[in-house]
Design a protein around this ligand. Sequence first.
Ligand code: MG
Length: 228
Amino acid sequence: MLLDIDGTLVWRASRVHAECVVAAIHEVHGPIELSKVDAAGLTDRRIVRSLLLGAGFTDEQIDRDMEWLLAIAAARYEELCPDDLSETVLPGIPTLLDELSRDAGLQLGLVTGNLESIAHRKLTAAGLARPLLPWVGAYGSDAEDRNRLVPVAQERAAVLHGWAHRWPSERTVVVGDTPHDIACARAAGASVIAVTTGAYERDALGEADVIADTATEVSTALAAFAAS
Ligand SMILES: [Mg+2]
């Protein structure tokens, strides 16, 4: 089971995260004017590219400094992440994660647009790290296109279990709050539960296998997948 973070496990935990990305852009490219982008469901790399394309940069200019810029954003976040993000945890999520982490037949993991170190720091500050350890997943640091992330997470789950083959897609369920989460599951042939706790309403999430309004509904949907 591959969980998104923002809008799925926590809500409004990304103010400092966004500020660190913008600060890194300014540090690398100077005090340029940035317009807003709809960042929900995008990887951090894609958010940086969208902001810079909007400010008139070319892909070539963007790529030249991308790694450096992301390293700065991650370092700033390490410094500035609030120590306690527990108030951003969505209702029922700690119980859901505890319950799922005790299920021996299930591997919990992440598929998120957050850079890896930001994801881990954010979840640790939210008090959600324990049931997710050892970390398995794919992050915005692994690819710019979210649709490439599920196979990366499946590889890492297989390595953890000592398997020679990737974690199978027919046993993979993605949980996320945006149409981008649904698309990345579909790209890998995985099932998908969309949650309405984040950036999108139910009517934008109709392509999902199941739409869940609460953590309890996610749990019920997972049990149904496991039984099928
Ligand atoms: Mg999300």
